[in-house]
Design a protein around this ligand. Sequence first.
Ligand SMILES: NC(=O)c1ccc[n+]([C@@H]2O[C@H](COP(=O)([O-])OP(=O)(O)OC[C@H]3O[C@@H](n4cnc5c(N)ncnc54)[C@H](OP(=O)(O)O)[C@@H]3O)[C@@H](O)[C@H]2O)c1
Length: 232
Amino acid sequence: MAVKRQILICGASRGLGLGLVRAFLDADWQVHAVVRELRPASPLEALRTQRPDALQVITCDLNRQDASCTVAAALQDQRLDCALFNAGVYGPAHQDPRQAEGEDIAQLFLANAIAPIRLAQQLVDQVVDGGVIAFMSSQMASLELARAAEMPLYGASKAALNSLLRSWQAQLPQLPWSLLALHPGWVRTDMGGDAAPLSVEQSARGLRNVIIDQLQRRHCAFLDYQGQSLPW
Ligand SMILES: NC(=O)c1ccc[n+]([C@@H]2O[C@H](COP(=O)([O-])OP(=O)(O)OC[C@H]3O[C@@H](n4cnc5c(N)ncnc54)[C@H](OP(=O)(O)O)[C@@H]3O)[C@@H](O)[C@H]2O)c1
């Protein structure tokens, strides 16, 4: 029997993260899904009941400094073909630096930039050579595209994520895995809203195919859900 590929998906309770769990289960991967809380009668709980052999749910608040200990203990010595850091928040609805409270801004940058990079760097030994470490960024992170005028705080937090990713790349003489910033498109989720053109299934399937295509490439890239490069 062929050994299944393994993926860690952080932030998998709903929206794109949940869609990605489904997309990778459909491709016959072993999925380790991290959620803040596994809600009773939730879609993830139903999936776990249907596929107990293929889906492990790990409960952990990813913003905690010791999140990597919880995740590593749950993974034991299982080696990951992909570690995908999807969790994210929008930040204050007003998106106005003049109104921003320190604690709200700290939470935004912690959730979207610091926590995912910290966790990835702490779990890196569990990722196989030739694997993929991917972060859910956004086209709003691109300084060159400059599309974040209506959501400057959110855009800045994703730009900070991309900056940390590029700094990590620059610290390594060569990459043992691919290091990806991903843009999922504009997707109908709690964050994306009802007007978004893409369904979760469309985006998640595209992202899954992009990740599979990036195995063994060992490079750093900013890609959308169709595999198109975005400018940093
Ligand atoms: N939707 C879009 O159009 C779009 C476009 C570009 C980029 N993105 C990015 O794509 C990612 C997913 O977005 P989405 O639209 O699916 O958002 P969403 O519907 O708001 O879901 C966000 C997910 O992140 C989880 N999360 C947040 N903070 C967490 C923490 N501290 N610990 C554990 N889980 C945490 C949430 O868990 P809870 O259920 O516990 O809150 C939820 O599962 C985000 O990084 C977002 O910035 C989305």
